[in-house]
Design a protein around this ligand. Structure first.
Ligand SMILES: N[C@@H](CCC(=O)N[C@@H](CS)C(=O)NCC(=O)O)C(=O)O
Length: 204
């Protein structure tokens, strides 16, 4: 059995989407980040960074327990364990790696910067504008790509879609202006949102 420790943030959503989409049974342990539950000694023993998500699989590789943090590592763990959502064709893998890396680094970094600076007590207007502009540049590339192909890495759903959806869904809810003007991303996001596993995963 897998234990998932998460909250309803982009990274928490990613992990839960991975478990639901891959059909892996899990116990869900919601954490209240506002109360600092992610900094408790028992949680820090699982992830010294003090951040969600974390999964603990009592039946990991070789039948041994394993603890995994980092939302994209959790997605890849779920994909490998279930044999789903990783491209099998070697020719399709570079586009997959690229899509996953963009979602994991470019998109997540921009969202973290924008959300963190927006919440800060001090004014950071010019810095936020720089990050919003970078977000829009990345989104323009995603929008062009999703105008030519159905999913993040090509014609099939992969964990890159789940990584990207976690970020896009969170931004759409928290700062909808950042999603304006990207019709192809919006269409893709609607298709992702209609998946039953994603609907189950989003109920935090
Ligand atoms: N790179 C990590 C980032 C994890 C992360 O930033 N988690 C946030 C929520 S989205 C968190 O736990 N924040 C609470 C804190 O830092 O105290 C991942 O992808 O899992």
């Amino acid at each position: 059995m897998i234990d998932l420790y998460a909250a309803g943030t982009s990274n928490g959503m990613r992990a839960r989407i991975g478990l639901e989409e891959c059909g892996l049974a899990y116990n869900f342990h919601p954490l209240d980040l506002g109360k600092g539950e992610q900094k408790s000694p028992s949680f820090l023993a699982m992830n010294p960074n003090g951040q969600i998500p974390v999964i603990v699989d009592s039946d990991g590789p070789g039948g041994k327990p394993v603890t995994v943090s980092q939302s994209v590592a959790v997605l890849l763990y779920c994909a490998e364990k279930s044999g789903k959502f990783l491209p099998k064709d070697p020719a399709a893998r570079p586009a997959f790696w690229q899509a996953l890396a963009s979602a994991a680094s470019d998109m997540s970094a921009m969202v973290t910067a924008i959300f963190t600076l927006s919440r800060a007590k001090d004014q950071h207007g010019p810095a936020i504008d720089v990050f919003k502009s970078m977000w829009k540049n990345y989104m323009k590339v995603w929008d062009d790509r999703l105008g030519k192909q159905r999913y993040a890495a090509g014609g099939e759903v992969t964990v890159a879609d789940f990584a990207l959806y976690g970020v896009v869904a969170r931004v759409k809810a928290a700062q909808p202006a950042l999603m304006e003007g990207f019709a192809n991303v919006a269409r893709w996001a609607d298709a992702m949102a209609s998946r039953p596993a994603i609907q189950r995963a989003m109920k935090f």
